[in-house]
Design a binder for this molecule. Structure first.
Ligand SMILES: N[C@@H](CCC(=O)N[C@@H](CS)C(=O)NCC(=O)O)C(=O)O
Length: 255
């Protein structure tokens, strides 16, 4: 029997994508939840060469990165497939997955740290069901209250400055237009979810944890991906962003 361990961070969207793909394949796994930022120095002692999650150990083999995970899972358990057999359709899914990873994935990450710094206690909503190591074995509220140093480093690592967050919020509308277009073309959102659905749906699910973002995007077809594939996604953060920063999002939702 295949033995799988997933290394994750609570609220991490690529790690949630890996989790959802494992569950979609019906593969049993155990999960190790790590604290954000500190996870970077923990991955090597756990035997990985890179410092990010998601990371998997499958029968002792190490796989890191959400796009490596999707490919590895199709080798380990080909059915149900995460990539279409038809070469043209596969290329479209691979391109959507690449865009989801290289372009879209950073958007929710950038805005998250900015909002969580302002509403530290809302971090507890991401800790529901997470392993105790991810909060340094502290009760969730204490972990959130003492998270200042982690937040400061995360903000620096992700360049979550006022200017970057404002620009990121402005770029979410066009990104959702792109996703809705992919749904219309049948690259995403078909009956059989593919690797790009999981990659992009996880980023949508994290975006929807932010109350003032969610209310502006929840009627978009893109939001349906998150609701369908990630009904368990944790996190709820109270309205955080200045209304004028959200204006482009409102305009794009109306367009
Ligand atoms: N594009 C990579 C990104 C992985 C990544 O950056 N993961 C984040 C969590 S969302 C991480 O490990 N962050 C460590 C930290 O700095 O806290 C993937 O999809 O695998």
């Amino acid at each position: 029997m295949t033995t799988v361990r997933l290394y994750s961070i609570p609220g991490s969207h690529p790690a949630a994508a890996a989790r959802a793909m494992l569950e979609h394949k019906g593969l049993e796994y155990r999960r190790t939840d790590l604290p954000p930022v500190v996870s970077r120095v923990m991955m090597r002692p756990f035997g990985f060469s890179g410092n990010r999650v998601p990371a998997l150990k499958i029968d002792g083999r190490k796989v890191q990165g959400s796009r490596n995970v999707s490919r590895e899972l199709d080798v380990v358990k080909p059915d149900p497939p995460l990539f279409p057999a038809d070469p043209e359709r596969r290329a479209a899914v691979e391109e959507a997955e690449r865009w989801g990873d290289e372009v879209f994935q950073q958007m929710p990450r950038t805005i998250s740290w900015w909002a969580l710094k302002r509403h530290k206690s809302d971090q507890t909503s991401f800790l529901e069901g997470a392993g105790p190591m991810s909060r340094f074995w502290m009760p969730p509220r204490l972990a959130a209250a003492t998270s200042g140093p982690i937040l400061a480093i995360a903000i620096r690592l992700n360049d979550s400055t006022d200017e970057t967050v404002r620009q990121t919020l402005a770029s979410i509308g066009p990104a959702l237009d792109h996703i809705d277009g992919l749904i219309e073309q049948g690259v995403l959102g078909t009956e059989q979810p593919n690797a790009a659905d999981f990659q992009i749906g996880a980023s949508m699910a994290l975006l929807m944890a932010f109350d003032d973002v969610r209310e502006r995007i929840e009627s978009r077809p893109a939001a349906g991906l998150a609701r369908r594939l990630f009904p368990w996604y944790p996190g709820k953060v109270q309205p955080s962003f200045p209304p004028e920063w959200l204006e482009p999002l409102r305009q794009s939702a109306r367009a």
